[in-house]
Design a protein around this ligand. Sequence first.
Ligand code: NAP
Length: 260
Amino acid sequence: MDVGLKGRRALVCAASKGLGLACATSLAREGVAVTITGRTLATLESAAAAILKQTGAQVTIAPGDIATPEGRAAALAACPEPDILVNNAGGPPPGDFRDWQREDWIKALDANMLAPIELIKAVVDGMIGRRFGRIVNITSSAVKSPIPTLGLSNGARSGLTGFLGGLARQVAPNNVTINNLLPGSFLTDRLRSTNAAEARENGRTPEEEMAESTRAIPAGRFGDPSEFGEACVFLCAASSGYIVGQNLLLDGGAFRASFG
Ligand code: NAP
């Protein structure tokens, strides 16, 4: 199926690994020219090489920390007029809110709320002018179902979601959509290292730990990042202009609700 994205340009943030890389790869497979960002140059270069090899699409790299003004300036210099913006960054650390200082909150807000808002501010008027734009924000299932130890993530991402719920309705008349993808548990490096640490803590092998963790997921497994990438393509498709301000949960059924 042709999703109508050939020749479009995408800026995909935090995309040298994991879910961001999966989104960039899936978009590249649809003929989108992708610019990917990440802080570690070597990882970013090998990700770009892998995307090129798998898809043959044009891939540009923009090294830098997307949570900083300099990192965002580098990303926008490499891709000044994206048709597609995928917002992503690393998640805040777990902990007890009693231990968090103002700086910890500001750091979480910078990465997981303000960076996406700043990037949207920089590109949305161009999208409106061209009457095409697709903005996808990688948030978390924690927006719908909070994870107590991830309070910084629950708070910062919910702030982003609330703000974008309003903005999505303001830009929709111009065929610019803003939607969020909410990952549950996807088998990325991040999840692998968390799983390995929990296995050590619980005296299990990584395989045993994984079996234990997937027990509560109706699908019976962790998600494959490529599945996440394909959901990103779906939201970006030319025919998805009527999908506005949605929070799409990809969690294998882990969040139990009959509706929404
Ligand atoms: P991952 O496998 O660790 O990949 C993170 C990617 O983001 C790497 O390419 C990393 O490269 C880059 N990155 C991190 N912080 C960055 C920054 N400040 N600026 C630029 N690039 C940055 O993580 P993931 O599992 O794909 O997770 C992606 C996001 O989804 C995170 O916010 C995570 O909390 C959230 N999430 C993931 C899951 C899951 O199951 N995987 C579930 C819920 C939520 P560098 O380190 O080189 O910068």
